[in-house]
Design a protein around this ligand. Sequence first.
Ligand code: ATP
Ligand code: MG
Length: 394
Amino acid sequence: MEQLIMCYLGEVALKGLNKSTFEAQLIKTIKQRIKNLGQFKIYKAQSTIYVQPEDEFSDVDAAFEKIKKIFGISSVSKAAVTEKDFDKICRVAPEYLRDTLQRARTFKVSAKRSDKSFPMGSPEISRQLGAVLLRAFPHLKVNVNNPDVNVMVEIRDFGAYIHEAKQPGAGGMPVSSSGKGALMLSGGIDSPVAGYMMAKRGMSIIGVHFASPPYTGERARQKVITLCEKLTDYTGDINLFIVPFTASQEYIRDHGVRELFTILMRRSMMRITQRLAAKFGAGAIITGESLGQVASQTLAAITATNASVDMPIFRPVIGMDKTEITEIARKIDTFETSILPYEDCCTIFTPPHPKTKPSLEEVLAAEQSMGMDALLKLEKEAAEKAEKLRINVQ
Ligand code: ATP
Ligand code: MG
């Protein structure tokens, strides 16, 4: 029996976008995300993208799970395909849905005929196929309002498709439809979630991670790579930049105002991230900051951080508490990796009593007294020396 995946695009995501560009982008995305799962033919027709295995080695079930995570697809179904012949439909439906129907108590048939040359109308298809299924599974009862199983039959241009109720897709906007953002990725719980949320709005992502060897180690670095690998399910391939931050950070420690260390360091990270973003085509910075969570995330601290760069900074988890963020982190499977206890560069050199409400004036004054030319030079070098890793879809 021939089986394929149907991806329904939904009108919401189409708003304001050029439909054919959007569809072409989605086809490219699907191709990339399932490339390790076998050979598939991917094509579109009637506002639906079809993903059809080309041989028996192609893993349709695994592809289905991957496709459910692709933004821009509103719902999905795994369907049996047959010719547009009612007798064939009546043979394929009970066979394809046998396990499900055996476990169910109630069902209904919903037919949809978009090919109007098909000789039977939708109500008639539903009624007659319903009767066939009742004969094949005598324990079943029809329930039109709240069935255990909704058997759907779609008569379309190229064939008849039989499947259970559509499952929700990832929703959101297709990747790349909203430009590119530079995600500051720490290894903690919040930043991968922030990346996921902006990807959902159609941003493609580059990752920027600050490492301060020897204060931070290889395992911290590996942790960020693993987080990126997990994110690729939602973002596609990611270019990850690992920035050697030690020299800048030591400079700030040695020359900066101690109570302002964290904010001075965060401004430095922002400037470096902006350099990399500009160089690699990103138009925004993304962080996992959540208002009031720590000293560097008060309104005053955020004001001072923002003023270090011109690019917009997106903080999609700013209004969420840790429980809400954690829930998403579990859903996207980054949580267990994020809680591994390795040192982040943000937690080294931090003063015992950081200022929680630094005014921008005092921060700027602290930068002036520290000798910004030397620091900016170190930042430029750090951006240039950043190691670029290509993290591919798993
Ligand atoms: P997270 O859970 O993402 O680590 P956090 O609650 O620990 O966030 P901070 O450590 O203050 O908060 O960091 C705030 C944000 O700054 C992070 O969400 C991340 O976007 C960015 N950031 C922090 N450390 C790094 C780093 N080493 N490399 C890149 N970005 C970082
Ligand atoms: Mg952190």
